[in-house]
Design a protein around this ligand. Sequence first.
Ligand SMILES: Nc1nc2c(c(=O)[nH]1)N[C@H]1C(S)=C(S)[C@@H](COP(=O)(O)OP(=O)(O)OC[C@H]3O[C@@H](n4cnc5c(=O)[nH]c(N)nc54)[C@H](O)[C@@H]3O)O[C@H]1N2
Ligand SMILES: Nc1nc2c(c(=O)[nH]1)N[C@H]1C(S)=C(S)[C@@H](COP(=O)(O)OP(=O)(O)OC[C@H]3O[C@@H](n4cnc5c(=O)[nH]c(N)nc54)[C@H](O)[C@@H]3O)O[C@H]1N2
Ligand SMILES: [Mo]
Length: 755
Amino acid sequence: MTEKNPRYKNYDHPAGGWGAAAATAKVLLEQSVVTKGSRALLAMNQPGGFKCPSCAFPDADCKKTLEFCENGAKALAHEATKFRVTRDFFAQHTVAELMEKSDYWLEMQGRLTEPMRYDAATDKYVPCSWDDAFALIGRHLRALDNPNEAEFYTSGRTPNEAAFLYSIFVRQFGTNNFPDCSNMCHEPTSRGLPPAIGIGKGTVVLEDFEHTEAIFVIGQNPGTNAPRMMTHLVEARKRGVPIVAVNPMPERALIRFTEPQDVVQMATFGSTVIASEFVHIKIGGDLALLKGMMKVIFEREAVGETILDHEFIATHTVGMEQVRDEVMSLQWADLTEHSGLEEAQIRRCAEIYIRSRATIICYGMGLTQHQLGSQLVQQVANILLLKGNYGKPGAGISPIRGHSNVQGDRTVGIDEKPSQSYLDRVRDVFGFEPPREHGHHTVESVEAMENGTAKVFIGMGGNFVRAIPDTDRSYVAMRKLELTVGIATKLNRGHLVHGKDALILPVIARSERIETSAGEQFVTIEDSMSNVTASRGVIEPASADLRTEVEIVCRMAMAALPDSKIPWESYIHKYGLIRDKIAEVYPEIYADFSEKIKEPMGFHLDIPPRRRVWCTPNGKANFLLLPGLEVNSPVDDPTMLRLATVRSHDQFNTTIYSYNDRYRGVYNDRMILFMNKEDRIARGIEERAHVSLETISNDGLKRRVDALTVIDYPMPRGAIAGYYPELNPLLPLDYYDRVSGTPAAKSIPVRVVAP
Ligand SMILES: Nc1nc2c(c(=O)[nH]1)N[C@H]1C(S)=C(S)[C@@H](COP(=O)(O)OP(=O)(O)OC[C@H]3O[C@@H](n4cnc5c(=O)[nH]c(N)nc54)[C@H](O)[C@@H]3O)O[C@H]1N2
Ligand SMILES: Nc1nc2c(c(=O)[nH]1)N[C@H]1C(S)=C(S)[C@@H](COP(=O)(O)OP(=O)(O)OC[C@H]3O[C@@H](n4cnc5c(=O)[nH]c(N)nc54)[C@H](O)[C@@H]3O)O[C@H]1N2
Ligand SMILES: [Mo]
């Protein structure tokens, strides 16, 4: 982008449709990969092809020839781009100069091509051989006084094979310091659900969408972040299934959607109304909505109706009475005040839930990223228990995960709080004693960098410094490190905010072919609904000097642990050997992995609640109590606004594809604030004025972001929204859910200050 020409206008068409088709063509053109990209698109999410690198939503069977979406196409086009970051590029720019560039500019430079090492004398990255790179990593790791002085980050694109070996290498090295992107994302699901239903994953599979009688979509923007989910919402809607969308933003695709794959709808400019009930919730008001719905249910039971699944509750659950008593003690005035909804609407939502014999509740970051996010997720589990919505067709809880393999990475060991039984199996299978004490999650790893106890940071994918809270403070923390390593496909800010030594190690991407001395290899991915499938890249690697994530892990292990008896070298060539080890460590779910993965559509990992089996300490599903109506600490300041940091339609997390956000009517600008008009007028702000935001906190630190343009937008009073990662400087590091460690990125208390 050369010149900024911001435009804001209402978007009143359906989402999807020709706009999505045009955007797909445009991004292929921009990245100059029309032929290669179109060919690759045909192999995406097809048996024998590769898994879309974008979101974690599962694929349907092969009925649809093009099982991809506009945003999957963007992710692929940016991966298959013809642009390259070469040694000449690094010779031309100092790191200080690159720091001046935008995230968008860095992304647009293209794919990394060879390993680079930071040279302090010139402030430039210079070429470095792979051997030297691993030697440097080995030297730094072996020099540590304590293995807990290293932090091993994982982002969720890393496939199972690499993540599994990484978890073994790091544990043999001696630490459980596994900060990962899940810590900022669905950790409230991973930590909140096990005490409730015995597993930290969803219980729904795609087929359930065909049998469900009601769908709730809470705090999630599927039209942008899980577009393949739209097909299932459209089909359910066409069957007359009520869909309740709960969101402070009337996200376009939740209101009206045209399926780009529906030929008739495309030809006739038709569309489907998605939400039969749009619930315009206050930020953090979901708890009051859920409790209000439960109150309606209990009230009606009390006067003689049979709504609860009594048999299920008696056989399978514990703790319903205490939840009922707490909910019944709440007043309607408080429920409406906290949710920002009318009592009548809460009653309508309850009615939809009551009438449905099989309900699915989907949720995303709007639910997890609050200070009590884990407990909020448990309330979703509670309401589903009331009507036995587990272990029957068409029903269940459905966290919609983010990164394409974030769920898989956790399953195969990326976990800073591993269970003792898992560690026992690692010991038995690999013959070393793994560390038993818990390691650092994301926030704790930054604290360790700040106080100087962390010395080495290895980033397996991702863009850590841009994803984490408190940007300015996190930059200072990262710069104290002795060594930072970025294992990546693209140049990002994480490579520029670096330690005294620093490496950029470029990898083969998801869509690219993996050839080893043992022939072509494939990797595996676990999607949001626990299906494990093979992924085989189809295009040539962006450069001959890229390595696979598997090889990088093995060679780091060989460099750091020269005496290790684990056959790292053999894993580099034969991924089947890795899968055999996964099967040994996880016999309950991964037995016969190498056989089962031969199925074209892969296989499903066992989810015990689908069989009404509860792997909790008491063997029951537990109703869990969260008293009151707050999911964030109240702030005693009348000027306070709650800020939700969200994704635009043209970004993948910290990767900015363009400055547009079509469905919200924003063009060429990301420094904007979506605000209710009355809130704007009450503050004496002109429409489209530039303002600054300041975080309200009592830790004495000033957090401020300037030059934000205010846009009138149908937000509830008191709620504002803006874009992640630009607004991360406002998110305090210690503003997070204590159960999961997840930063409360959807409810930052802020005030508007004069520019
Ligand atoms: N194209 C694309 N796809 C992606 C991603 C991407 O960046 N781009 N990111 C991937 C990742 S890692 C993830 S985790 C997912 C994220 O996918 P989503 O969960 O959809 O993520 P967000 O855009 O952060 O926010 C979701 C919604 O929460 C709403 N919200 C904010 N506060 C509240 C609240 O208090 N209550 C309720 N009910 N809603 C609220 C916002 O208005 C927004 O619509 O998507 C994945 N897929
Ligand atoms: N304020 C605020 N902060 C948030 C959020 C929010 O909603 N609000 N969301 C949080 C969430 S849900 C998440 S998941 C995190 C995301 O945090 P991360 O996962 O750390 O960030 P990404 O932007 O997804 O990482 C992008 C980088 O990954 C690298 N990459 C891409 N593909 C591959 C690959 O195949 N292999 C390897 N090795 N590298 C690859 C590229 O170099 C690219 O620059 O951010 C969190 N931060
Ligand atoms: Mo995420």
